[in-house]
Design a protein around this ligand. Structure first.
Ligand code: HEM
Ligand code: HEM
Length: 417
């Protein structure tokens, strides 16, 4: 029998039940194990990342199975309680069932939102992308979803504890067919004696509303601090432009999945003459402010940016307009670059020639630029103990965008400084 009756769980309901139990137990074990792992060294962080990638992948599988299970349950009769006369016990069992149905959805959904809102860290092991539509990158949202995930886990532990204790009580003390109904599909109970109680799903719904609302409400201030732009002090010089706002992001592949980090603190001293399209720029980047999701500390460590020894990176370059077509062809300027900034990037104490093609739009005393360049981490001695691309890719795409306003007229003759 595949379908339920008033007295028995059919094969499909039982398969769904035990598959859910297996996936959820595995997700819990991996979540707790992963959270207990040290992440001090790169090798330790890599091991923890593998555990969390597995945790997330199994959690999403549990989500899919739970959705299918719920759709199936909606089409099925629910077998009657075996002892409807024991009102308190029957009500408790039902509240726990609804709490478990809720946990099947809230646990993976909160984990997934946490993952999608936070740049980087252990990827889901699938080719379908790491983000979620309608979930923006936001530290505050990731934090709130993480709190929901952690507090919902406690509801899940309590519900599973009561659920398993109840099943064992039926099997060992009452010696009735409750467990056998779910294990082997035997029929038991008297249909018709059980009234549908509306209070039990409502009680579980209220419980889940509380679990979800509490972290969201308490995390709201954190969201505001996370969204506040980092101050970027600028020094105005004659003939110069001051950066009003800007972003400096980098994207790399971690275990094959693209992750984006940011360098929120940098200053730029720009001298540029829109009439000739020539100028000079020096960008000084505070590498200690680097953010790369949950692996920011690893990225700042000796193996990568080594911010303790090299707290700054500097890009000093000469700006020139792209005139000859071969300029554009040489630098992969498919996205409409109008200028080149050619100079030296000093990162981690290593200086390398770097040419950044960028698109510039000047309107009066305001200018906007967007540029991107792909670097190779090995050129700067980064990630020497990751000689292949399995964990961390070689290519790092740097994207810079800024809006600047003119603080003094250009000096005129040639590339000025
Ligand atoms: C070893 C662990 C588990 C055991 C021994 C167990 C046992 C049982 C038994 C015997 C029933 C039937 C109850 C009845 O007929 O009134 C049941 C129902 C149920 N179980 Fe479990 N279970 C386990 C784990 C889980 C887990 C991890 C979940 C989900 C997170 C879960 C969710 C449910 C739900 C929602 C029902 C009610 C199904 C319905 O009637 O709609 N169980 N379980
Ligand atoms: C049935 C599904 C799931 C269950 C039962 C589950 C359970 C858990 C548990 C027990 C922890 C450890 C909590 C702690 O003590 O720190 C955890 C952590 C975590 N889970 Fe899940 N999880 C599930 C699905 C997911 C999914 C789908 C994702 C992401 C796509 C995810 C992402 C995470 C992350 C990132 C952490 C670490 C949180 C932190 O360190 O703050 N989980 N999960």
């Amino acid at each position: 029998m595949l379908s339920n009756t008033q007295q028995s769980y059919g094969g499909i309901a039982r398969a769904f039940h035990w598959l859910t139990a297996l996936l959820i137990a595995t997700a819990i074990a991996l979540g707790l194990y992963g959270a207990s792992l040290p992440t001090g060294s790169d090798a330790q962080a890599a091991a923890a990342i593998r555990v969390f990638s597995l945790h997330k992948t199994i959690g999403i599988a549990a989500f899919g199975v739970a959705l299918a299970r719920i759709l199936w349950a909606l089409t099925q009769p629910r077998p009657a309680a075996l002892h409807p006369d024991r009102r308190l016990e029957t009500t408790l069992a039902e509240v726990v069932h609804w709490a478990l149905y809720g946990a099947m959805l809230v646990m993976p959904a909160s984990g997934w939102v946490h993952h999608a809102a936070q740049a980087g860290y252990a990827p889901i092991l699938w080719p379908l992308g790491q983000g979620l539509p309608f979930v923006p990158q936001s530290a505050g949202l990731a934090h709130a979803a993480g709190l929901i995930h952690a507090s919902a886990a406690w509801v899940l532990y309590a519900a599973i504890g009561l659920h398993v204790a109840g099943a064992l009580k039926h099997a060992l003390i009452d010696r009735d067919a409750t467990l056998a109904r779910m294990l082997r599909g035997v029929a038991a109970g008297q249909p018709g004696r059980h009234r549908a109680a509306w209070l039990t799903p409502l009680a579980a719904l209220a419980l889940w509303a509380g679990v979800i609302a509490a972290p969201v409400l308490t995390a709201a201030p954190a969201d505001q601090t996370a969204a506040a732009p980092a101050p970027m002090p600028q020094t105005a010089q004659p003939g110069s432009w001051a950066v009003a706002e800007g972003t400096l992001d980098f994207t790399l592949r971690q275990m094959g999945a693209a992750v984006t980090g940011s360098l929120p603190r940098w200053t730029a001293s720009i001298d540029f003459d829109p009439a000739t399209g020539a100028g000079q720029v020096t960008v000084t980047i505070d590498t200690t402010a680097l953010a790369l999701g949950a692996v920011s500390d690893q990225a700042k460590g000796a193996e990568f940016f080594d911010t303790a020894t090299h707290p700054n990176a500097v890009f000093a370059a000469t700006i020139a307009p792209i005139t000859a077509p071969h300029d554009a062809a040489d630098h992969d300027t498919a996205d409409g670059a109008t200028h080149l900034a050619s100079g030296t990037l000093t990162l981690r104490g290593v200086s390398m020639p770097v040419t950044l093609p960028f698109q510039l739009t000047v309107a009066g005393d305001s200018a906007e630029m967007q540029g991107r360049v792909t670097l190779d981490r090995r050129d700067f001695g980064m990630g020497a103990s990751y000689p292949d691309e399995a964990t961390v890719g070689f290519a790092v795409e740097v994207a810079i965008g800024l809006r600047a306003t003119r603080t003094a007229p250009a000096t005129g003759s040639g590339p000025a400084m």
